[in-house]
Design a protein around this ligand. Structure first.
Ligand code: TXA
Ligand code: MG
Length: 311
């Protein structure tokens, strides 16, 4: 990374594609390798609270920052005022910067030994499902990057929650590993960025997180009209009557609808089913409370997929 190389590494959310946050050529390579539009800014990772000062102008004594500090290291990304020394390409020219302290021993060790901020988007081609194992990264980006650190499966399996504290009322830009309810307990009222929001957060675009196979919700489909032999099913809990229908592939993410188990296994299941090149993936749904908000956000985006099929 000191020579400008790209290193994929595990975090508690998903695998990141890391580069020196102060090396413009390395940052440009991240966009190139992912096929990511330059207007989609990166998240910078730092190893400790004091290191926020390396990327942001914010006063570290800021009241909201002090309250939110309790959630770090963890799956929370904050949008803060950018420090002028951070290259413009990292933030797509925005005056703000996205930053988080990850909670994963491999990520922490990498950040500490590197000694500075590491820019890392999720280590997937733009608009595809985020990787939750080193093998996911290897399969899609292996030949294009210098190294992959294998830390096994990501614990949470969904990306971080993105919260902007640039304005007096904090704004949720992306639901993720830290539930909205937890942020509200700490900060009080939080605005939720709508789909028509003009805030630049391309994670809000509907085509993100998409498998190539068409995906529909179980609640929306007519079971009688589909061919189970050409369909994969993802369940959030056991449903004996559906399990007997002879689906080409069946993934049961939890015995009893546990949201942590569902988020942990969801992206892997979507990738596995996608590889089978079926006609349809049918997926369960859950209430949009706690982690359920991020789970349903990702699935609703995947169901509206715009990515071209590669069959
Ligand atoms: O869990 C995660 O956040 C993972 C791991 C690797 O840390 N990273 C991740 O990065 O999901 P990425 O690049 O896939 O998503 C970053 C999102 C983008 O949608 C981007 O638009 C938004 O963060 N973002 C970055 N900087 C921003 C800014 N200044 N203002 C608003 N949104 C920003
Ligand atoms: Mg991403």
């Amino acid at each position: 990374m000191r020579q400008g190389g790209l290193v994929a590494f595990p975090t508690e959310t998903v695998y990141g594609l890391g580069a020196d946050a102060f090396n413009e050529r390395a940052l440009a390579k991240i966009f190139e390798v992912k096929g990511r539009p330059k207007l989609d800014p990166l998240i910078l990772h730092v190893s400790c609270f004091a290191d926020l000062a390396k990327v942001s102008e914010i006063d570290l004594r800021d009241k909201r920052l002090q309250l939110l500090k309790a959630l770090w290291p963890g799956p929370l990304t904050l949008i803060l005022p950018k420090k002028s020394t951070v290259p413009a390409i990292a933030t797509s020219g925005l005056p703000s910067v996205a930053v988080r302290i990850p909670a994963n021993p491999v990520a922490s060790a990498l950040l500490e030994s590197f000694g500075g901020p590491i820019a890392a988007p999720s280590a997937n081609p733009f608009s595809y499902v985020s990787p939750t194992t080193a093998q996911h990264v290897e399969a899609q980006l292996g030949e294009k990057i210098e190294m992959i650190l294998d830390g096994g499966e990501c614990q949470i399996g969904l990306e971080s929650t993105i919260l902007s504290i640039l304005e007096p009322t904090p704004k949720l830009l992306r639901p993720g590993g830290v539930p909205l309810e937890r942020l509200e307990e700490i900060l009080g009222k939080i605005e939720i960025a709508g789909k028509d929001s003009c805030v630049l957060a391309p994670g809000m675009l509907p085509e993100h997180y998409s498998p190539r196979t068409k995906l529909e919700f179980l609640r929306d489909i007519n079971l009688a009209s589909l061919d189970p032999k050409r369909t994969g099913l993802v369940l959030f809990s056991r449903k004996a009557e559906l399990e007997k229908l002879g689906f080409a592939s069946l993934a049961i993410l939890s015995e009893n609808g546990d949201l942590g188990e569902i988020s942990h296994g969801l992206f892997s299941a979507m990738r596995d089913l996608d590889r089978l090149r079926l006609d349809l993936i049918v997926v369960d749904s859950c209430a949009t409370a706690g982690l359920g908000r991020a789970i349903m956000d990702r699935l609703e985006r995947a169901a509206k997929r715009l990515a071209p099929p590669t069959k």
